[in-house]
Ligand binder design. Structure first.
Ligand code: CDP
Length: 223
C-alpha cells in the first residue's frame, strides 16, 4: 500500500501521515526532513543556500542519520529548506531517495506513507491513495506557534505568519514541482477538524476505495 500526502505547512499533513502509518502498519517518511537537512548542512558548512553545486552534492550523499538532527524541526530549517527546494538537481537527488524508500520499505513494513509537497504529483504518481491537506493560514500559524512553543523554540505569531505566507508563495509558485494537489488527490481541509477526525475521514476513504476495487477487505486499521 502506498499513500501520498501533500499539503501546506502546519496543515496537519505530517500528523495525518504518522497516524495513517500507525493505523495501517506502514513505514512513514516525512520528506520535508530531507530538504531541511540539505539546507541546514549547507549552512553548517558556511555555504550559501544559492550554492547549487554543493547543495546537490549534499543531497546526493544524504543518509537516514542526517534526518535525526533535532534542529531540523525549527522554522530556521524550514526557511532554508524552501530555498534549496527550488534547485532542480537537489530535487532530482532527493527523488531517488524517496522512490527508493517507497520501493523498499524498511522491515517489517510492506507499504509506505510519504508526506511532502510533490509526492502525489511527481514522486509517486501511481500511489494507491492521494490526499492533499490544507487549512486556513491563520489557523496554521496558530498551530505552528503552539508547536514551536511546546518545543521551547522561538514562537512569535507575526513572524510565523509572515514566514509561512512567504514559504506558501515560494512553494506554490516555483517552476519545478510546485506544491499543488494532484488531479486525483482528495482534498481535506483540517481547519475545524482535530487529528482523530482527520484520521477517521482518510481511513474511511481508503477502506471504501479498497472495497470498490475488490482489494483485501480484511484490513482493520487501528483508529
Ligand atoms: O511542515 P512544514 O511545511 O513546515 O515543513 P516541511 O514539510 O518539513 O517542508 C519544509 C519545506 O521543504 C517546504 O516549505 C518546501 O519548500 C520544502 N519541501 C519540498 O519542496 N518538497 C517536499 N516534498 C517536502 C518539503
Amino acid at each position: 500500500m502506498i499513500i501520498a500526502i501533500d499539503g501546506s505547512a502546519a496543515s496537519g499533513k505530517g500528523t495525518l501521515a504518522r497516524n495513517l502509518a500507525h493505523a495501517f502498519h506502514l513505514a512513514h517518511l516525512d520528506t520535508g526532513l530531507l530538504y531541511r537537512a540539505v539546507g541546514l548542512k549547507l549552512l553548517s558548512q558556511d555555504k550559501s543556500l544559492h550554492d547549487e553545486e554543493t547543495a546537490i552534492e549534499v543531497a546526493q550523499s544524504l543518509t537516514f542519520q542526517d534526518l535525526r538532527d533535532p534542529d531540523l524541526r525549527g522554522d530556521f530549517a524550514a526557511q532554508a529548506a524552501s530555498q534549496i527546494a527550488i534547485i532542480p538537481g537537489v530535487r532530482a537527488a532527493l527523488l531517488d531517495f524517496q522512490r527508493n524508500f517507497a520501493k523498499h520499505p524498511p522491515q517489517p513494513y510492506q507499504g509506505v506513507v510519504l508526506d511532502g509537497r510533490d509526492i502525489g504529483t511527481i514522486i509517486l504518481p501511481d500511489a494507491d491513495f492521494k490526499f492533499f491537506v490544507t487549512a486556513q493560514l491563520e489557523i496554521r500559524s496558530n498551530r505552528r506557534v503552539q508547536e514551536l512553543a511546546s518545543r521551547d523554540l522561538p514562537a512569535d505569531y507575526e513572524t510565523v505568519y509572515a514566514d509561512m505566507l512567504a514559504r506558501d508563495q515560494r512553494d506554490q509558485e516555483r517552476a519545478i514541482a510546485p506544491a499543488l494537489p494532484a488531479k486525483d488527490a482528495i482534498i481535506i481541509d483540517t481547519s475545524y477538524l482535530n487529528p482523530q477526525e482527520v484520521l477517521e475521514i482518510a481511513s474511511q476513504i481508503i477502506l471504501e476505495k479498497m472495497k470498490l476495487s475488490g482489494q483485501n477487505n480484511s484490513i482493520k486499521p487501528i483508529l
